[in-house]
Design a protein around this ligand. Structure first.
Ligand code: TGC
Ligand code: FAD
Length: 392
């Protein structure tokens, strides 16, 4: 048997990265592999998020990494993507935490908040002293967020919020929640964002237990029972569904990089296994049916990397459209889930053990496939763009 070539050696993607980009990636890679991977299975089993890493994430500038000013690191889109890929190589839960904090909660405040709100919340969130969450989905309003029932009623210098948000990453321990609610403006109503702070009366965040996916990410509800929020906590600079969707465009871009990290972890570990595991007197890696799967998986992952880098460079150069982000999220999450499932199969019975990363990533990617716009939602976004016909 020869020494195998790594995915990076075949893709030569590193030759398209700057030294600074490789350095940032290397630092996060070390953190994840030294401080997280040794306990990944245990945390998954115990449904526990490693809160002890939050301070280290903050010190490395990972929280709100791509935002400028207010204590944020101001990294490029490509640097941000590389970070998320390393985090998700560890676990989708690590990437989810960073995505929600930076691309959803902090981004909403950065993009739509007043100067006062930015100065109050962003430096604390970048430092990991305040944890954020993002409440859009409701029990009866998922793919169609325009159907949300949560309402905000003006009462003097406060808004009174009522409603329930469901499936909210980080909510059980979040200090601040960016919550989207409809405000009645006479005949019509429009969606606004509110910063709800822990301790405000009528704000509860029960944890959701029994998830078989993203177990080391804490997910909960946000229950708003006539919760009085100062009017100064409403995000003043955006109204309408474009507000939350604008945040989702940032987070979806990051996910399209991140998911590939999970796929790489599965493929690398499964190739090592197949080189060791003997059946019919030879390593299963020497069987053509196994090699064909590896060839397909490596090709898909490398194509996904090139796609993410292409859109990342475009984002840094001037921007990408929501349709391009949908294409990238759909393609890269879909292929990563396929890779994880194939790797699980190649590991045979061992593939269902937490000792090997494939089943954990596979289960996690089931959520990634569903959140931030389901695979089908992104199919319809692309379908609409390609045909001009709305199939929602
Ligand atoms: P539509 O009429 O198409 O658009 C309404 C307004 O929004 C604008 N817009 C966007 N803006 C920015 N980015 C996007 N991707 C945008 N898509 C649309 C649009 O221009 C329009 O603006 P305006 O000013 O003209 O009013 O809206 P629609 O009601 O037909 O819905 C479109 C649809 C179905 C694609 C959208 O509702 C959708 O994306 N649904 C999926 C919902 C979703 O993704 N939820 C995610 C919740 S958060 C989450 O999952 C976090 S998990 C995090 C983790 O743990 O990592
Ligand atoms: P539904 O919208 O009810 O969809 C059910 C099925 O119907 C799906 O297969 C969907 O693709 C399909 N479908 C829907 N509409 C159509 C259509 N028009 N045509 C064809 N098929 C269709 N939300 C937040 O706001 N904040 C968070 O932090 C957050 N974190 C999450 C963490 C986890 C672990 C999970 C699982 C979810 C999280 N979500 C969060 C919610 C997530 O965004 C929603 O689950 C997702 O948007 C789908 O909504 P739904 O679950 O209500 O499914």
């Amino acid at each position: 048997m020869h020494e195998p070539l790594s995915l990076d050696a075949i893709s030569a993607i590193d030759s398209h990265l700057s030294e600074e980009e490789r350095m940032i990636r290397g630092a996060v890679r070390r953190l994840v592999r030294e401080r997280y991977l040794p306990r990944a299975g245990e945390l998954f089993e115990k449904e526990e998020f490693p809160k002890d890493l939050i301070g280290e994430f903050a010190e490395m500038g990972l929280l709100g990494a791509s935002l400028k000013g207010y204590g944020c690191a101001g990294m490029s889109a490509v640097q941000y993507g590389l970070i998320l890929q390393e985090l998700e190589y560890g676990d989708s839960g690590l990437r989810s935490f960073v995505s929600v904090q930076g691309s959803l909660a902090m981004y909403a405040i950065h993009a739509y908040g007043s100067e006062e709100q930015k100065n109050k919340f962003l430096p604390e969130m970048a430092a990991g002293r305040l944890i954020g969450c993002f409440g859009l989905t409701e029990p009866d309003s998922g793919s169609d967020p325009s159907s949300m029932k949560t309402r905000a009623r003006k009462d003097g210098d406060h808004y009174v919020l009522s409603g329930t948000k469901m499936w909210i990453t980080n909510s059980p321990f979040a200090d601040v929640a960016v919550v989207w609610a409809k405000v009645d403006d006479g005949d019509a109503s429009s969606i606004h964002g509110f910063i709800v702070e822990r301790g405000m009366k009528g704000f509860e965040t029960p944890k959701i237990h029994g998830k078989m996916s993203l177990r080391s990410s804490e997910t909960g509800e946000i229950v708003l029972d006539e919760c009085r929020v100062p009017a100064a906590n409403m995000l003043p600079n955006k109204r309408g569904l474009g507000g939350p969707l604008g945040c989702l465009t940032q987070a979806r871009f990051g996910i399209s990089w991140g998911a590939l990290g999970a796929a790489k972890a599965c493929l690398e570990s499964t190739i090592s296994y197949a080189r060791e595991r003997k059946q019919f007197d030879v390593p299963i890696a020497s069987k053509q049916l196994i090699q064909a799967q590896f060839a397909d998986m490596a090709s898909e992952i490398i194509k996904g990397d090139i796609l993410a880098l292409h859109y990342g460079r475009m984002k840094d150069a001037g921007g990408i459209t929501p349709v391009q982000v949908s294409l990238c999220k759909r393609n890269n999450v879909g292929l990563s889930l396929d890779v994880a499932r194939k790797c699980r199969g190649i590991l045979g019975g061992n593939g269902i053990l937490l000792e090997y990363p494939a089943i954990r990533h596979m289960l996690n990617l089931e959520s990634v496939y569903t959140y931030e716009g389901t695979h089908e939602v992104h199919t319809l976004v692309l379908g609409k763009a390609l045909t001009g016909c709305n199939a929602f």
